[in-house]
Design a protein around this ligand. Structure first.
Ligand code: FMN
Length: 207
């Protein structure tokens, strides 16, 4: 089959786009507002962008609130800081719970029974239950060109200025044991996948 997204002529029961670019890592983003209220929400249009400086991106859609912004982006633009916590198999239910649309003052960490830990370089707390946390300094957000004014998406870039890795998730020869971390990835529809010992394979790059 072939279809053109602008014509929406796929003829399928659901838009297949999200189901094709998979799995997507989940940036489980903590932020605070100017009064210190904690916010936590998952973003799967999320990835690493480059090494030097280590940079991450996520994309925020619009919200039905009065300024049309999701709390995460509003907080990050106000404070200039955020933390990307890695969503794992163990924390999958809490991750899902924190995607609920709640008021900006509701602390989703508390709501989902997670523990806030003080970060080293930013004022935003990180999630204790996840083995990897990336402390980030906000760089910029870029409005994604859209077909219509109501389609408002922003690409948000952040420099990773501090990285926490739980010690037990490192091997004796100094590698990250990603199977132990067991991250989950977003697929299409309501599907997810996870990285485990069974799903990892190795290939050496040619010279
Ligand atoms: C696994 C998962 C991935 C998500 N990815 C995104 C995303 O990439 N961009 C987005 O705007 N919303 C995404 N959402 C929806 C947000 O998490 C949801 O709108 C949330 O309420 C936003 O919270 P906030 O207003 O506190 O930032 C995702 C939800 C789930 C469950």
């Amino acid at each position: 089959m072939f279809y053109e997204p602008s014509k929406n002529n796929h003829g399928l029961s659901k838009n297949p786009f999200n189901s094709l670019i998979v799995p997507r890592p989940i940036g489980w983003i903590s932020s605070i507002d100017n009064e210190g209220n904690i916010n936590l929400a998952p973003y799967s249009f999320f990835n690493a962008v480059c090494y030097r400086p280590p940079t991450v991106m996520f994309s925020s859609g619009s919200s039905s609130g009065k300024d049309g912004m999701k709390d995460t982006l509003r907080n990050i633009e106000a404070t200039g800081e955020f933390v990307c916590n890695l969503a794992t198999w163990e924390t999958r239910d809490q991750m899902n719970q924190t995607s609920a649309s709640v008021s900006p003052k509701t602390d989703e960490m508390e709501l989902s029974g997670l523990t806030p830990l003080i970060s080293n370089l930013v004022n935003v707390p990180r999630v204790a239950e996840t083995p990897v946390n990336l402390e980030c300094r906000y760089l910029k957000s870029i409005r994604v060109p859209s077909w219509e004014e109501r389609d408002r998406y922003f690409l948000v870039l952040g420099e990773v200025i501090g990285i926490h890795i739980r010690d037990e998730c490192l091997t004796e020869n100094g590698l990250v044991d990603i199977a132990k971390i067991n991250p989950i990835g977003r697929m299409g529809y309501n599907d997810y996948t996870s990285v485990s010992g069974k799903t990892i394979f190795t290939m050496v790059r040619p010279d």
